[in-house]
Design a binder for this molecule. Structure first.
Ligand SMILES: [Zn+2]
Length: 829
């Protein structure tokens, strides 16, 4: 039973599948009054629940004891079963040891494919030896009825209960919150969770929780190469379920933050909320566990009860704490009511990398944050920080001044945004202003110096190596060119200026595709590490993006990585100003849209630059190769792991980095294919349809979540006749194959040529492999004549394994080229 260490309900709650706690809040039942126990007392009671050792049931196969939970069936064939002691007359759990059998068949082909990836079969069909189950539904009465029907009488069995006691003690707290919240609900949304010890699979979870938009989940925690993963075997909404209502939205954040000389923060946030569903009085917000909440109160000053990692010790907090703060309102607000909550908290969310290189670690939870990336609000941020540092934040800055050893300034958002952020350091700055916007680039002075020192060190080492090598007599004798002097160290000032210019011109470029730049100011700030982030009006960029090519090379970056840091990543983050910061996403299944578009627009920008060297096609070729190449730590090539709409579920113990590869490589290809299909080469603006599509998306989905289904509808509204492969103005074929499907088609042609009356008759077959037989795609064919010119023959709609075609051409085609201009994500011979 040691496996239960991992069968942890809070772990499941933390999985960002769509999500979860933030969208739920539960009404305080009117019966609850001052004389009732406090939430804290109730939690303690729930944590103290033990098994009822006086009523243990013995089960045999003839009893046919079965549970149906969502799409899963759990048969308890033989063994012992004990219920938990009742909590307020309701039984909230049981344990079982013996032999049982679990069966589940996911509904959709994609979910079956994911099951097969983890279980080697598209269904769950596993025997198990024990179950730890907690629930708020009618599981107990359902089981009791079956036991009674089988004439099973319970008997005392202290030994059985004692055997389970350590697990019960350890696991209770994981479920107590979930049970408690439901007690506060006037329209409870039930859950059932079973942690099961499978004979072949090891521990796995069956979860049916109506608080999750996808209320049915099967999966298991797993360790691989020293890292912990949660492998989601399947997750989806059962057909009978309704999505949980959104209880509150945040309208306005006013956050006063003081940064102490030791980099700890002390803050006071007043947040205006509006009740949406009404009648609900528990509010969940994100707040880093590194920040300790001191008080939570209403505008009147009335203190509110709250839970923040309730009852955990410091060590437990690190190991299994979470970043969720739960606040109990004194009475349930009516729909439309607005109210303000004030939070005071302190702690350390700023990481210090030495040399005054500071960086905000808890990027999404450094303030009490309600909602996900599609919940937009206004922000008013005031910071006080040590005066030797510079601070940049989201919004428009005003009133910067000195107060003793501190500087103080205010940043206000000029439109609603989904999150706010800041960064600080000993910065050098370069800026560029135009009529509509300004760009300022901030880089750490001392970090630059540290990098320069390291670089000049490695430069010396290289020179030494050069001198030790054999002199080249030919070159030395024939030419008198003096040896090249060592390259000058990169100048931070020049690098900042050139980055500011690049960012500025990308803004102008994107405005054509996406409409006006949504903010006034864009601050670009340097962070240690290798990732980037595009906040509203604020970018975090890796140090590498600030280095000139030659310095990147000396720092050991490969050519493609250098190009990525210089040409793609900075402008990718700029594109997020529209895609992510104006158009949001809410489900993990839709995040690929913003990422895919931000990569694709970055490629188009890079391609538009002088000496771009066909950047678009170069990168698309690289991305296709990444999709087709199986990494060492993965069981499959990324193209076959799962669809882009599987989002972060692509990362698992079997493929730790698949999300990055699939979403960032296939995402831009999807938009490239759409652009190519919408393209009209004869028009003075060949991309007019594609541009109109993006403008519609920015306009219609501003400050909202854009889902994959929304995108399909908008593409269908914009599609041209040639895209209508199936008739009925449907892009279902494209979305099913490339967005909800896996695999990349391989194409090959065989053909014969005959003299015809006017020129040559070309007859042949287009062969399609590596994808399901139902796959269809428009495949352009070109003839390469003896003169080497590619003449467009026509587009064959590939259907099934082979599609015949006939063309008449003027010249004898020596060779047929399949999609030479790369309009389609495919592999050709
Ligand atoms: Zn991105």
């Amino acid at each position: 039973m040691s496996g239960y260490a991992e069968c942890d309900y809070t772990h499941l709650m933390r999985l960002r599948l769509g999500l979860l706690l933030l969208h739920l809040s539960l009404p305080l039942s009117p019966a609850l009054c001052a004389a009732d126990p406090s939430p804290r007392d109730i939690l303690a009671t729930l944590n103290a629940l033990r098994l009822d050792s006086q009523h243990v049931y013995t089960i045999s196969p003839d009893d046919r004891i079965e549970l149906h939970e969502g799409d899963a069936v759990l048969a308890l064939d033989q063994g012992k079963l004990a219920f938990f002691q009742p909590f307020e007359d309701h039984i909230t759990g049981f344990v079982f040891s013996g032999l049982g059998h679990s069966l589940a068949i996911p509904r959709s082909p994609v979910e079956k494919q994911q099951m097969a990836r983890f279980l080697a079969a598209p269904i769950l069909d596993q025997r198990f030896v024990s179950v730890y189950a907690r629930f708020t539904d009618d599981t107990a009465s359902y089981l009791l009825a079956q036991l009674s029907h089988a004439s099973r009488q319970p008997a005392p069995d202290a030994g059985f209960a004692a055997l389970w006691l350590p697990n019960v003690e350890r696991l209770n707290a994981n479920h107590s919150f979930r049970i408690l919240f439901e007690k506060y609900s006037s329209s409870p949304r039930h859950f059932f969770h079973a942690g099961i010890d499978g004979i072949l699979t090891g521990p796995f979870d069956v979860l049916v929780d109506s608080m999750r938009p996808e209320n049915f989940l099967l999966g298991q925690p797993r360790a691989a190469s020293g890292s912990a993963y949660y492998d989601v075997w399947t997750s989806y909404a059962l057909p009978t379920s309704t999505p949980p209502p959104i209880s509150f939205d945040a309208l306005h954040y006013q956050i006063n933050t003081t940064i102490r000389p030791d980099n700890s923060i002390e803050a006071d946030a007043s947040v205006d909320y509006r009740a949406l569903a009404g009648g609900e009085s528990v509010l969940f917000v994100h707040l880093s566990r590194a920040l300790k909440v001191e008080t939570v109160s209403l505008a009147s000053g009335e203190a509110l009860s709250f839970f923040q990692n309730e009852g955990l010790t410091e060590e437990e907090l690190r190991l299994r704490g979470d970043d969720i703060l739960c606040v109990f309102l004194p009475s349930p607000p009516k729909p439309g009511d607005t109210f303000t909550i004030r939070f005071r908290y302190r702690g350390n969310v700023i990481e210090n990398y030495g040399n005054s290189v500071l960086f905000v670690g808890a990027r999404e939870s450094w303030y009490p944050h309600l909602g996900d990336a599609s919940e937009f609000a206004l922000y008013d941020l005031t910071f006080r920080w040590p005066k030797h540092l510079r601070l940049v934040a989201t919004g428009q800055k005003s009133g910067e001044h000195e107060e003793g050893d501190f500087r103080v300034a205010n940043w206000k958002s000029d439109r609603q945004v989904s999150e706010a952020g800041f960064n600080l350091g000993e910065y050098a700055v370069a800026s560029i202003s135009s009529a509509n916007h300004s760009v300022a680039v901030y880089a750490n002075k001392l970090l630059e110096e540290a990098i320069l020192a390291r670089l000049s060190h490695s430069a010396v080492a290289q020179e030494d190596f050069g001198r030790a090598g054999m002199p080249d007599p030919l070159r030395g004798g024939m030419h008198t060119t003096p040896a090249l002097p060592p390259p000058p160290p990169p100048s931070p000032a020049d690098a900042l200026k050139s980055l500011a210019r690049e960012v500025d011109s990308s803004i102008t470029f994107y405005e054509k595709f996406c409409g006006p730049f949504p903010f006034h100011d864009l601050a670009v700030s340097q962070i240690p590490g290798t990732f980037g982030q595009g906040w509203p009006g604020l970018l975090y960029l890796s140090t590498y993006a600030f280095l000139p090519a030659e310095a990147q090379q000396r720092a050991g970056l490969s050519a493609a990585t250098q190009e990525s840091y210089t040409d793609i990543i900075p402008v990718h983050e700029v594109a997020h100003q529209w895609w992510g910061n104006v158009v949001g996403w809410s489900s993990y299944r839709d995040q690929w849209i913003d990422e895919g578009l931000a990569v694709y627009l970055a490629l188009l920008f890079a391609d538009s630059q002088k000496n771009s060297n066909r950047a678009l096609l170069t990168w698309l070729t690289r991305y296709r190769k990444r999709l087709l190449t199986k990494p060492l730590d993965s069981d499959l090539a990324p193209a076959d792991i799962g669809p882009v709409s599987m989002g972060t579920r692509l990362n698992s113990s079997k493929s730790p980095d698949a999300y990055d590869v699939v979403v960032y490589s296939k995402g831009p290809w999807i938009f490239h294919m759409l652009r190519e299909m919408l393209r009209d080469p004869a028009s003075h603006e060949p991309d007019a349809h594609f541009i109109a599509l993006l403008h519609t998306l920015v306009f219609k989905y501003a400050e909202k979540a854009l889902s994959t289904d929304d995108l399909q509808r908008e593409v269908e509204a914009a599609m041209t006749h040639r895209m209508d492969l199936e008739g009925g103005r449907s892009m279902e074929w494209f979305f099913q194959q490339y967005i909800h499907g896996t695999g990349i088609p391989h194409y090959r042609v065989e053909f014969t040529v005959r003299h015809a009356e006017k020129g040559f008759q070309v007859r042949g077959k287009l062969f399609q492999t590596s994808v399901p037989r139902s796959f269809i795609a428009p495949v352009p064919l070109f003839a390469n004549s003896a003169s080497g010119h590619g003449n467009y023959l026509g587009t064959v709609i590939a259907t099934g394994e082979e599609t015949p075609f006939t063309f008449i051409t003027a010249a004898d085609p020596h060779k047929i080229l399949i999609d030479p201009h790369m309009t389609l994500l495919c592999v050709t011979d």
